[in-house]
Design a protein around this ligand. Sequence first.
Ligand SMILES: [Zn+2]
Length: 104
Amino acid sequence: MTHPTDIVAYDYKAERLCPDCVAPALATGPGEDFDGWGTVGDAIPVEQNLTEIAYAFGINRGDETTFDSDYFPKVVFRDAMGEPGSPFGDGERHTCDHCDEVLG
Ligand SMILES: [Zn+2]
């Protein structure tokens, strides 16, 4: 069962990533935005991981206008995707920019 409000992807640093790819893509390296935050990978669900990082770095996930997707991932809901595999209005494909998995 799918829902229009399911999270199917994340927009982060000009890329559209599937939930599996967004956590490893986070800027946790030395000198990066979230320096010192260990990438926990599959240990906890990606949404929980993102919420914990947001809390630790004072990011308000409840209001995505308060941060930029270059800094922290913004969620993409199913109802924003249209039909899987079809082009966006802006020509983007509905696939993950890292693993090429079809989103949605
Ligand atoms: Zn991916």
